[in-house]
Design a protein around this ligand. Structure first.
Ligand code: NAD
Ligand code: ZN
Length: 360
C-alpha cells in the first residue's frame, strides 16, 4: 500500500507492507535516489543486529554502495555529540550532494539521521526506514532534530524524506512496552482528527497490542494518512500542524523532568493527552471527554496518571521552555470533543497546575 504526501510542488511516497526491506533498492530507484554516490545507513545497536545486514545486502545487490553507522539505542543518542560523530563518518565515507542517508530504526534514529541529512552539505537526500510503531508518526512530516540537555528537539530543521519505506515485518521484534508507546501516537491521530479512528483504536486495542498484521497495517496507514494530510496543509507549523502536538507540551516536560529515557515518549504523551482531555472538559468540552479519553488510553495499556513525587513546578518550568511557548504566551492543544481539538493561547497557568495535581 502506498500513500503520498503532497507538499506544494513536491511529493513523496510512504510505502507500508511486509517484505519491503529486501526490495529496498527498487524503491530507492523509483524514488530517484541515484546510485553513483555512496549511501549511509544510520541505525542503532538494537536494530542493527536484527535488520542492518538485510538492508545492506538488498541495497548493494541492487547496485548501491553502502556504508553504515550504528549509534547506541535510546534518546541519549539524539545529541550534538552523536550528530558530530555521524557527520565525521559521512565525510570520511565520501558522501556528496547526490548521496542519501537512510534511517533504519525508530524515531530516535529517524530524527538524528534526518538532522544529519538536513544539514550535511546544507542538505542531502533522506530516506526513512521506520522499525517502530511510533515511527509512523515521526517518519512522516519532515521534522528532524536533536535534543539540548535543557529541552527536547531544540536543535533541528525541516527536512522531508524522499521516501518512507515501512516494512511492518520488522515490528515483530519490538518490545511490548515500545508497542504500547507507539500506539499512543496512533490514537493521538484519532483524537485530534477523526473520532471514528480513535474509536477503532479503542475497539481494536487487543489486536493492536498483539501486533495482528491486518489491524496493524490499517492503523499505521490511517495514522500516516492523517499525519500526511495535516502536514500537506501546513508543512512549517504556522497553524494547523500544531494540533499534532496534543499531549506534547506536558509530555515533553515529563520526559525532561523525569530524565530522558525514564519515560518513553509515547508514555509521556499519553499522560499529556489525559491532562489535555481533563483541561478540555473543564473548559466546556463535551461531557465524558476525559472519561472516554482515559478509557481509550487505558485500553492501549498506557499510563494516564503522574507519580505523586513529580514536581509540579519543575513541570511548569519545563513547559515554559518548550517550543509551544509563542509570543509570550503558552499554547496548548485542547480537545473539545473526541476527534476535535483547538489551539488555545488563553489557558491559565493555574488551570494547568490544577490539572497536573489532579493527575497525581
Ligand atoms: P526509538 O527510536 O528509541 O525506538 C525505541 C526502542 O526500540 C529503541 O530501543 C530501539 O532500539 C528499539 N527498536 C526499534 N525498532 C525495533 C525493532 N524493530 N525491533 C526491536 N527493537 C527495536 O524510539 P521511538 O519510540 O521509535 O521514537 C521516539 C523518538 O521519536 C523521540 O525522540 C521523539 O521525540 C521522536 N518523535 C519525532 C517525531 C517527529 O515528527 N520527528 C514525532 C514523534 C516522535
Ligand atoms: Zn510525539
Amino acid at each position: 500500500k502506498t500513500l503520498t504526501v503532497e507538499l506544494g510542488e513536491r511529493s513523496y511516497p510512504i510505502v507500508i507492507g511486509g517484505g519491503l526491506l529486501d526490495r529496498a533498492a527498487d524503491y530507492l530507484r523509483q524514488a530517484g535516489v541515484p546510485d553513483k554516490s555512496p549511501l549511509m545507513i544510520v541505525s542503532d545497536d538494537n536494530v542493527a543486529p536484527l535488520y542492518l545486514e538485510r538492508l545492506e545486502s538488498a541495497l548493494s545487490g541492487g547496485g548501491y554502495r553502502v556504508v553504515s553507522a550504528v549509534v547506541p539505542a535510546g534518546e541519549q543518542s539524539k545529541s550534538l555529540t552523536v550528530y558530530n560523530d555521524l557527520v565525521t563518518r559521512a565525510i570520511e565515507a565520501g558522501l556528496d550532494r547526490s548521496s542519501a542517508i537512510l534511517a533504519l530504526g525508530g524515531g530516535v534514529v529517524g530524527d538524528l539521521a534526518g538532522f544529519v541529512a538536513g544539514t550535511y552539505m546544507r542538505g542531502i537526500r533522506f530516506v526513512q526506514v521506520p522499525t517502530t510503531i511510533l515511527a509512523h508518526d515521526s517518519s512522516v512530516g519532515g521534522k528532524v532534530a536533536v535534543n539540548h540537555p535543557l529541552a527536547k528537539n531544540m536543535i533541528g530543521v525541516f527536512h522531508q524524506p524522499e521516501l518512507v519505506l515501512y516494512d511492518v515485518d520488522t515490528l515483530n521484534t519490538l518490545p511490548p512496552r515500545e508497542v504500547r508507546a507507539g500506539l499512543a501516537e496512533m490514537v493521538k491521530h484519532g483524537l485530534i482528527w477523526d473520532r471514528e479512528f480513535a474509536e477503532w483504536c479503542w475497539n481494536n486495542a487487543p489486536r493492536l497490542l498483539d501486533l495482528e498484521p491486518e489491524a496493524l497495517i490499517y492503523g499505521l496507514e490511517r495514522g500516516c494518512a492523517i499525519k500526511a494530510q495535516i502536514v500537506s496543509r501546513d508543512e512549517r507549523e504556522n497553524d494547523l500542524r500544531a494540533i499534532l502536538n496534543l499531549g506534547h507540551t506536558l509530555g515533553h516536560a515529563i520526559e525532561a523532568v523525569a530524565g530522558y529515557g525514564r519515560y518513553l515518549h509515547g508514555e509521556a504523551i499519553a499522560v499529556g493527552m489525559a491532562a489535555a482531555a481533563l483541561l478540555g472538559e473543564e473548559r466546556g468540552g463535551e461531557t465524558g471527554l476525559y472519561a472516554e479519553t482515559m478509557l481509550m488510553l487505558r485500553a492501549l495499556e498506557l499510563p494516564v496518571t503522574l507519580p505523586e513525587d513529580m514536581d509540579t513546578e519543575a513541570l511548569m518550568a519545563a513547559m515554559q521552555r518548550d517550543k509551544k511557548f509563542r509570543e509570550g504566551r503558552m499554547v496548548y492543544i485542547v480537545p473539545s470533543e473526541i476527534g476535535r481539538v483547538e489551539i488555545a493561547s488563553d489557558v491559565d497557568a493555574d488551570a494547568v497546575r490544577d490539572v497536573i495535581e489532579r493527575l497525581k
